[in-house]
Design a protein around this ligand. Structure first.
Ligand SMILES: [Zn+2]
Length: 198
């Protein structure tokens, strides 16, 4: 097989799951409600850990969290929290687990207000994908989304976490020109897109 250059080559070396994630998912502009929800939950659990750790627990999370079903997660009670805390296959962090339940409730409210999480997220950029260099960790857009989410009572939504989330779902685009995905995504169409302070 032709060995293409990937921007994950350095830190995902030898990790098939990470390479597959890079090749098929990371940075693809996403409007799929289910995937937006899934990545949101995974990103908030990532705070302070490596994405690699989270990615390798993704299927365990899916199994334990009812397929990332927001309605079900919002209704989790203390027994479910204890059950999750006793499960070594996921991230056993009580604050994150409780934060996830709070966030699920907030996402329900966002859906009532905007129709979907997708509509809410993309309204910040008027539906545009904003290019940012791969080495950047926050920008004005992630600052604004983060502070709006905090106002809504959401947890683990710091600007670094949100920037990383927006990169994963292609609202921020960070594959560099040297990465094979750049051409595959026709990413030159994103050049010149800028985030205007609302
Ligand atoms: Zn790339």
């Amino acid at each position: 097989m032709d060995k293409k250059r990937s921007c994950f080559d350095g830190y995902a070396a030898g990790d098939t799951l990470m390479q597959r994630y890079h090749d098929a998912e990371w940075g693809v502009p996403c409007r799929d409600e289910q995937k937006l929800t899934e990545f949101f939950i995974l990103e908030m659990f990532q705070a302070g850990l490596s994405w690699k750790t989270i990615l390798h627990k993704r299927e365990a999370f899916r199994e334990e969290l009812d397929g990332f079903d927001i309605e079900k997660i919002a209704a989790y009670g203390p027994e479910k929290v204890d059950e999750l805390m006793a499960n070594p296959s996921i991230i056993r962090n009580r604050r994150k687990i409780e934060g996830m339940i709070v966030n699920a409730g907030c996402i329900q409210k966002i859906r009532e207000e905007f129709g979907s999480l997708s509509a809410y997220l993309w309204h910040f950029t008027d539906g545009k994908t904003i290019p940012e260099p791969i080495a950047v960790t926050t920008d004005e857009l992630s600052d604004d989304v983060s502070s709006d989410m905090k106002k809504r009572g959401m947890k683990f939504v710091g600007s670094v976490t949100i920037f990383s989330y927006l990169q994963s779902v292609g609202i921020i685009y960070s594959h560099p020109k040297s990465c094979w995905r750049y051409e595959a995504d026709h990413a030159e169409r994103f050049e010149g897109n800028t985030y205007k302070h609302r």
